[in-house]
Structure formats: structure tokens, C-alpha cells
Ligand binder design. Structure first.
Ligand code: NDP
Length: 680
């Protein structure tokens, strides 16, 4: 059997030795061999930094986002092939979809987040401009630029597709090349995934590399610009985090490790309620999906002491229906563990758990298996443990990484929170209850030891994604034992791969650096009204000043009557005067904004297609009848949309009165057409 090749330095590298055999989790047959012998780790890292990084740096966030979308669509077309290989890891079709479709979903998720929430440029601006001097000539802003290193990912065996993709997507969007090192046990599936990704021809050379086998001396060559994202056992995570090169170079090191996730049943959720059924169903799902080899699976099911018997009976009734066997055989609900070694590991962990409790379902040494040899395949029955003394340490410390969960009783809300916290840091926890008070107390009480908390009840069950499903838009990771890291979590997952730098300068310099107009920056005045310019003709800083217009008492009275907004401050002189903020009747803020629009628009049909909103609107000074207002509208940010016939233009609007004081400030958001000949 040929050993898996690594993809490094722009080429597929065949190992310099036969390698270690990897076995089919179902049949025990050899699937592949793995070795990284002969891979030059230093050269691979250098290739990423010198080829991949610069190639990505030439693309804007939107272009990288568009590539992620194309890549996701390409992988979708090949997913059947990935499912077939995934079955050899012991996964059922449902499990494979969780892994493969979930991973592709992360690519789509980051693609759309990148194009919606990031600018179409290479610099990401973080937060508002901070005034640093009274005169407005010295200001500060945070900008994020990609680290000029390689995002090294060291992955666990349980998600050979989702694992690499969930880390690749945010790194790629940030502009940082990736080097994937899959867990050996299931490396053949990640290997095929990377073959497809490279074969798609979509990715710039050097932006993705693969090392199958051990990492060799890779850690010796890490620099301050590289990152490591590790998923696996806490022991390995701790060892690698303490590597002298990691410490000396302050290498960003993210760990996602053992997690004793809990699910808590509310006291209201007695048998017969929707929540009782949801709890039991979710528990059994989490025990059996991926044969329980999920970092987010429920390890501790915490239930009201008075409901222990009922929960045991209901869970057993469901578990008895779980058919174990060859994942390709019809009717099979749960496949095999990833390897025979993994099964031994789970049996060892179960033994430790049984020092504190008793087995109420399953037998670790015997399982009825459909269409497979129970000994050659890594099969195990679902195993439910009951521990009546929840103060025993084992359930809160031993992670049996398989179809294993422990039921623990609680006496009060505080007790439930205390038990949840005893996991000493978890990726995910859930509360199943329709009692808002209980759910709030548990979420807020346990949150500081959780990366994610799910509340499940009859109102959200239909749409709920469930306890065990990380989502790219939300934090995945957790404190303490779970590793102390954060993967994904929307744009913050991208920013993890970037350096945030405070730039202190004058407005013109800051405008040039960020590509976004900063108050006090240069304004451009031309004979052509900015609303008559297509996207390509507009420049950041293009400005129109319009007005003045006098606001009269009749205007205010008419606006009040016309809109129905007869709030006393606009209609009752005496009452308005009694208000601490006003010296009499004032114009409506919305009237000021409407007049401003009436002043700055160029009314004829033209490239401006629509106004789709205002942001950051603040009314700063009251406008009294008799005041004269002037508006200054400046193009602040121009965002062409890849593949669209238009782009977005954000305008800075500053409405001032006759004394030059700002009465309203806001951003106007518009859609502006590209020139017909450049429309893609
Ligand atoms: P390991 O920690 O042994 O391996 C995880 C990854 O680290 C693999 O890619 C492995 O590669 C690599 N690795 C191991 N040793 C080194 C080293 N010295 N230097 C560099 N890389 C190294 O975990 P396992 O995959 O064996 O899983 C064991 C346990 O981890 C599970 O039983 C479970 O408890 C926990 N786990 C937790 C997860 C979570 O997210 N909470 C997810 C998966 C597992 P190789 O395979 O080539 O050795």
C-alpha cells in the first residue's frame, strides 16, 4: 500500500519510507500508510511565507471570499467521494455529512461574512477613529494586517474534513497561508480533501500545504509571525504549547482539547413535557453521532435528583433502538470508532468512570453488530453510566471519547450550576428547560466556564441546530480544560490571524493608509456632483456642500402634523422650555435629516441606485426655528461588489448650523452603479 503523499513546496512529496499502516475502522483492512519522512519542514514554512502569503496579499477580502465560495461549490460536487472515504473511518452517512457538509458550510459561511462584513481591500479597520488632540489634526485608529507567517493546524482524528476547513477558512480570508497536519488515524480522508482543493486550481500556490505523518522538526522553525491551532488531547496540547520556540517567539497558539460538556435538564421538564423528550433525544443523539467522538458531545447529563429514574428509563428505551454496525448497511445508526486503539482508550476511560458509578446501558466488551466483524472493526455499544454521587471527581475529569455519557443528579439550581462548572472549562453546555428563570441562572452562572451555551425548549426546538453543532458565525472553543482558545467565531476568527496596530497620525495620512475618509482628511470638489459619478469615477473624499436652508416654525408645525410626531418638544413652547436640554420648541431630528437629504441629492436619474440606510446617527445640537442648516456630504468608503453591477458607497454626512456647530452626524449608505462597460 502506497504511503500518503504530502503537499509541500508546490509539489506532492512521496515519503522516503514505507510508513505506518492505517486501518479501515470497519473491516480492519489497511487503507493507507503514513509518514512524513523526507519532508523539509523549514522549506515548507518558508514556501508558505514567501509564496502563499504574498499571493494572498494581492487579493482583497472580497476576492478571497469569492474564492472560498468557488472552492465550497467545487467540493460540493465531489462530496460523494468524500462520504465514501469517510465511511472507512467508521462514519455513517449522517456522520459523514456532519463532517463533510459541515466543513463546506464553514467555507460558504466565511465567504459571505468576508464579503458582507469586511471591506473590499487588504486593510481591515477595527473600531472608530479616536480623537487624540483638541484641533482634530492628530487622530488614532486600529488597523489589522495579516501576519506574514503560516497558520499551522494540527488536527484531531475525529473531523478529517470539517477540522481542516474550519481553520483554513478564517486564515485564508485573513490572507495567511495554511499548513495542515491531520491526525494520522484518519489522514487518508484529509489527504483526499487537500488533493481536491489543490486540484481545483482555485487556490494561489503556497496558500495550502499538507504534511501527512509526524511534524518532525517543524516547531523548531516557527517564528513570531506563524500561528498554531491545535485540536486533540490536553496532554499533547500542553506539551506543544510549552515548546521553547513557541514560548521564545510568542507564537500564537490556539488549543482545543478535552472537554467534559454538560447538558442540564430543568426542574420544570418532567416526563410528558416537550423539554423532557428533547433532553433525552439530544442526549442519545450526542452519544451516537460520530460514535460519540465529538469534542462537543454531552459527557455529563445533569438532571433533577427526583427525575433520575425517569431519565434512565427514557434514555435506555431510546438507546436500545440504536443499531450498531457497518455504516454502509441499511438501518445502521452508529458506526465504528476511528480505530481499535481508540476503542481501547475508551474502554480504559470507562473503567475510570465506573469507579464512581454503575453502567445502566451497554456492555464495553460485547456489542451486536450488523454486517461487520465486531472484533476487526472498532465497534462499541453506547454506554450510559449512572453516578448517584455527583461529587465524585471522575465524571468531571475523565473524557471517554466515544459513545459514553454519565447521568448526574442535582438538588438545586445553584447545585446544577456548580456541577456544570466542575468541568473546569468546556466547549459547549446546554440547558433544556422552558423555565426562563432557571435557564438564565444556569447560563449566566456557568458562562465563564463555557465557550458556547445552548438553551433548548419547545419554542426553538424546530430550528435549533442542537448541542453539538459549532457554527462558523459563533465562537467555537472554550476556556480552561477545553484549551483556552477560540476558533471561528465570525470575523474575530479572521482577526486572530492578523496583527492589530494602532496608527496615530493626521487625518490625511490615516485616510491614505486605511482607504477610508477620516474627518479632517482631504476633501475633493469637482464640477460634477458626486451623485452623477459611477463607482469607478468616485474617489474617497469626493464632497458636496449644500445649503443653507432656513428651518421655520411652519416647517416644524407642518412636519409634526404631517407625520403625527407631535411630541411636546416640537409643539408646546412652554413644555419644551421646561425641558433641561431645550430653550423652546425644537425641530424634529428627522426633519433635519430629511432637509439635509433634500439639500444634498442630485435628483435626476443617475448612477446612485438606492439609499439603503443610515448608520451612527447622532443629533448633537438642537435646531431651533430660524436656524439655517448646511450639509457636507463626503464619500467615506467605496466598496465595489465582486460579480455585481453595483457597489456600496458610505458617505459621511455632517449637518451644521449657522454657527458652524454640528447638529447631526451620520453615515449615509447607498448603492451606486458601476459603469455599464465595466459591469461584471
Ligand atoms: P493527540 O493529542 O494524540 O493528537 C492530536 C494531534 O496532535 C494529531 O494530529 C497528532 O498527530 C498530533 N500530535 C501528537 N503528538 C504530537 C507531537 N508530539 N507533536 C506534534 N503533533 C503531535 O490526540 P488524539 O487524536 O490521539 O486523541 C486523543 C484524545 O484527544 C481523545 O481521546 C480525546 O480525549 C481528545 N480529543 C479531544 C478533542 C476535542 O476537541 N476536545 C478532539 C479530538 C480528540 P498523530 O495522529 O500523527 O500522532
Amino acid at each position: 500500500m502506497a504511503a500518503l503523499r504530502s503537499y509541500v513546496n508546490g509539489d506532492w512529496h512521496t515519503p522516503a519510507e514505507d510508513g505506518v499502516p492505517l486501518h479501515d475502522a470497519v473491516t480492519g483492512d489497511e487503507v493507507a500508510r503514513v509518514s512524513s519522512a523526507g519532508v523539509d519542514m523549514a522549506a515548507a514554512l518558508a514556501h508558505g511565507r514567501e509564496r502563499g502569503g504574498p499571493a494572498l496579499a494581492e487579493l482583497t477580502f472580497h476576492q478571497r471570499g469569492a474564492l472560498l465560495k468557488s472552492l465550497a461549490s467545487y467540493l460540493l460536487e465531489h462530496r460523494e467521494e468524500l462520504y465514501a472515504l469517510s465511511a472507512r473511518t467508521g462514519a455513517t452517512l449522517g456522520d459523514s455529512k456532519f463532517d463533510v457538509d459541515g466543513g463546506i458550510g464553514v467555507l460558504f459561511g466565511y465567504s459571505s461574512k468576508g464579503r458582507r462584513e469586511m471591506p473590499n481591500s487588504t486593510v481591515y479597520v477595527d473600531g472608530a477613529v479616536e480623537p487624540l488632540g483638541k484641533g482634530g489634526t492628530f487622530v488614532g485608529q486600529h488597523v489589522c494586517t495579516p501576519l506574514r507567517g503560516v497558520a499551522v493546524q494540527i488536527n484531531a482524528f475525529n473531523f478529517p474534513v470539517w477540522g481542516p476547513l474550519e481553520k483554513f477558512a478564517p486564515a485564508f480570508l485573513a490572507g495567511v497561508p495554511t499548513l495542515v497536519k491531520p491526525a494520522s488515524q484518519t489522514a487518508y480522508l484529509t489527504h483526499r480533501l487537500v488533493e481536491l482543493m489543490i486540484g481545483s486550481g482555485l487556490l494561489p500556490e503556497g496558500s495550502l500545504q499538507l504534511v501527512c505523518g509526524s511534524v518532525g522538526d517543524l516547531f523548531e522553525h516557527l517564528t513570531d509571525q506563524d500561528l498554531v491551532s491545535f485540536t486533540g488531547s490536553a496532554a499533547t496540547g500542553q506539551r506543544l504549547r510549552a515548546h521553547p520556540v513557541v514560548a521564545a517567539n510568542s507564537v500564537r497558539f490556539n488549543v482545543e482539547a478535552d472537554s467534559l460538556n454538560c447538558s442540564i435538564l430543568g426542574p420544570d421538564a418532567v416526563p410528558g413535557t416537550a423539554e423532557f423528550d428533547l433532553f433525552v433525544k439530544q442526549l442519545v443523539t450526542e452519544m451516537t453521532v460520530k460514535a460519540g467522538q465529538k469534542c462537543t458531545a454531552i459527557r455529563r447529563a445533569i438532571v433533577p435528583a427526583g427525575l433520575m429514574e425517569e431519565v434512565v428509563d427514557a434514555a435506555k428505551a431510546r438507546l436500545e433502538k440504536v443499531v450498531v454496525g457497518n455504516p454502509s448497511a441499511p438501518g445502521v445508526r452508529m458506526g465504528a470508532l476511528a480505530s481499535l486503539e481508540q476503542r481501547e482508550e475508551v474502554r480504559r476511560s470507562l473503567k475510570a468512570l465506573l469507579e464512581a458509578g454503575t453502567l445502566v446501558h451497554g456492555d464495553p466488551d460485547r456489542v451486536e453488530v450488523v454486517d461487520a466483524d465486531p472484533e476487526r472493526g472498532a465497534f462499541l455499544s453506547p454506554l450510559l453510566v449512572r453516578c448517584d454521587d455527583p461529587d465524585q471527581p471522575q465524571p468531571h475529569e475523565v473524557e471517554a471519547f466515544g459513545p459514553v455519557s454519565t447521568l448526574l443528579p442535582y438538588e438545586s439550581t445553584e447545585h446544577a450550576v456548580d456541577l456544570a462548572r466542575r468541568g473546569r472549562g468546556s466547549l459547549a453546555g446546554s440547558v433544556v428547560s422552558a423555565d426562563l428563570g432557571f435557564s438564565c441562572a444556569v447560563v449566566l452562572g456557568a458562562a465563564s466556564r463555557h465557550g458556547r451555551m445552548l438553551v433548548l425548549n419547545r419554542d426553538n426546538a424546530e430550528e435549533s441546530t442542537g448541542h453539538g453543532s459549532p457554527l462558523p458565525a459563533l465562537v467555537h472553543g472554550g476556556p480552561g480544560r477545553a484549551g483556552g482558545g477560540e476558533e471561528m467565531g465570525g470575523i474575530r476568527g479572521v482577526l486572530h490571524h492578523m496583527q492589530r496596530t494602532a496608527v496615530q497620525a493626521d487625518p490625511a495620512t490615516l485616510t491614505a493608509i486605511t482607504g477610508q475618509w477620516v474627518t479632517g482628511g482631504p476633501q475633493l470638489f469637482t464640477d460634477v456632483h458626486p451623485f452623477r459619478k459611477h463607482l469607478e469615477e468616485l474617489k474617497v473624499g469626493d464632497t458636496v456642500i449644500a445649503g443653507p436652508r432656513r428651518v421655520t416654525q411652519e416647517d416644524v408645525a407642518h412636519f409634526a402634523e404631517f407625520t403625527g410626531d407631535t411630541f411636546y418638544a416640537h409643539t408646546d413652547e412652554e413644555a419644551a422650555r421646561a425641558n433641561p436640554f431645550f430653550d423652546g420648541r425644537v425641530a424634529h431630528g428627522y426633519l433635519v435629516v430629511s432637509f439635509a437629504a433634500g439639500l444634498f441629492v442630485d435628483p435626476e436619474p443617475g448612477p446612485v441606485l438606492a439609499n439603503y440606510g443610515l448608520e451612527n446617527l447622532r443629533f448633537l445640537t438642537p435646531t431651533y426655528p430660524g436656524d439655517e442648516i448646511t450639509v457636507t456630504l463626503t464619500a467615506k468608503q467605496i466598496t465595489p461588489r465582486v460579480g455585481a453591477e453595483h457597489g456600496e458607497v458610505r458617505w459621511d454626512a455632517d449637518v451644521t448650523n449657522q454657527d458652524g456647530a454640528s447638529v447631526a452626524k451620520y453615515d449615509v449608505l447607498t448603492l451606486v452603479a458601476k459603469r455599464p462597460e465595466t459591469q461584471e
